[in-house]
Write a protein that binds this ligand. Structure first.
Ligand code: ZN
Length: 403
């Protein structure tokens, strides 16, 4: 145990911030990669003693550094089907991400609005932004905290993103089978523990705030605070110190409407100690910003760092709670919030439903108009030549596509 504590301490944030030389650097990189995934799985975690033992063992492996592969990264998205072989929790039943079937979520009035404290940072406070080979990670000071919405207080550790490619979407969680363009995770640990490394092996250890990213009409100034520096950290392990900004701007303005479930880190060691919060509102980035996100970084093989998301995992017996009512299949009151957010967010989960209805109505009108046209002109058919009819058919199809 003593050895483990030491290892955990060594891998702690403090050491990293101190900017130690090469070996510590490698440790740090590994640690960063690990942090990303650990957060997800923990929440539902089997509190059993057996699983805890496994978890600690994994934690040790992480700090130690690893076994496979040259370089640092002992796991890859290409081998995600085999993560469970080296990290047993990755094959557990409380894994993340998951697909969320909105019709099966359970409304829980006890889910209070998420409250954040200390998220607005002055520019003079520099934050480390790093390409760890798996994602871009922004380290956060412990002064940032979740002070409401969870039963306990959680301190921030880091945030990172998951994305696809120019041609494919890359959020980790999906809603009714729909994958979003990208997803942000803000990782926190329970303040009753002394460190992230200690917290991540306990069932109530971690909390991750997640939001979906989509392409919108305008540049998002908050995300730009990160994206404008990516070209300086294209290679794996590269880092840059960036000015502080209002971190809360990376999350939706409306923190009342969210989904909640217990899951795991979405990368090895997949600890099942994460209480997930997934916001209803979607963040909007410009097309150029999304392109920058998916095209700039390279992974440990010096290939484009893309599609860094894990496939959805089995729900098993878990339930997903909702802070808002969805039974009527109507837009939740959260919609008010989306209009009040300067165009950097949009309502998310129900957009698909609305579009489907809209499309259906437009299609019905088009079809009806076309039918009426046919009926009306049937009598004149003898006088009309076929080119004219073709034109009508074309027009109808075009209208449909536009809808
Ligand atoms: Zn993540």
């Amino acid at each position: 145990m003593a050895e483990e504590s030491q290892l955990h301490h060594r891998a702690g944030r403090q050491g990293a911030a101190a900017g130690s030389p090469a070996p510590a650097h490698l440790l740090e990189m590994r640690r960063a990669a690990l942090r990303v995934c650990l957060l997800v799985l923990a929440a539902l975690g089997r509190p059993g003693a057996g699983s805890e033992h496994d978890e600690e063992h994994d934690g040790e492996d992480l700090s130690h550094s690893p076994e496979k592969g040259p370089g640092h990264s002992h796991w890859s998205y290409e081998e995600r089907e085999h993560w469970g072989e080296d990290y047993p929790d990755c094959a557990g039943t409380l894994q993340s991400p998951i697909n969320i079937d909105m019709s099966r979520t359970i409304f829980s009035p006890q889910l209070r609005p998420i409250q954040l404290s200390g998220y607005s940072l002055p520019a003079k406070e520099k934050l480390r932004l790093r390409n760890n080979g798996h994602t871009v990670q922004l380290d956060l000071p412990e002064s940032l905290a979740i002070t409401g919405g969870y039963a306990q207080q959680y301190r921030a550790v880091q945030l990172h993103l998951h994305w696809g490619s120019l041609s494919g979407r890359g959020s980790e969680h999906t809603i009714n089978g729909h994958r979003f363009a990208a997803e942000i995770h803000v990782v926190h640990y329970n303040s009753k523990y002394d460190s992230f490394n200690e917290a991540m092996v306990h069932p109530d250890g971690l909390a991750v705030l997640a939001a979906f990213l989509e392409v919108g009409p305008r540049e998002n100034p908050y995300y730009q605070e990160i994206l404008e520096h990516l070209y300086k950290i294209q290679g794996e392990g590269e880092e840059v110190w960036v000015p502080g900004f209002n971190i809360e701007g990376l999350l939706p303005a409306n923190l009342k409407f969210y989904l909640h479930y217990n899951g795991s880190l979405t990368t090895p060691p997949c600890y099942q100690t994460v209480k997930w919060t997934i916001f209803n509102q979607t963040m909007l980035l410009s097309h150029d910003q999304m392109s920058t996100l998916v095209m700039t970084l390279r992974n440990d093989d010096n290939k484009p760092l893309q599609n860094n998301y894990r496939p959805v995992q089995g729900l098993h017996r878990r339930q997903v709670l909702s802070s808002f009512q969805t039974t009527a299949k109507q837009l939740p009151p959260g919609n008010e919030g989306s209009t009040a957010t300067e165009g950097h967010t949009s309502s998310s989960f129900h957009a698909g439903d609305v579009l489907a209805v809209l499309f259906g109505v437009l299609f019905a009108i088009t079809a009806l108009a076309f039918l009426l046209y046919i009926l009306k002109h049937r009598s004149q058919n003898t006088r009309l030549d076929s080119p004219g009819k073709s034109k009508v058919i074309y027009t109808a199809a075009t209208t449909e596509n536009t809808a």
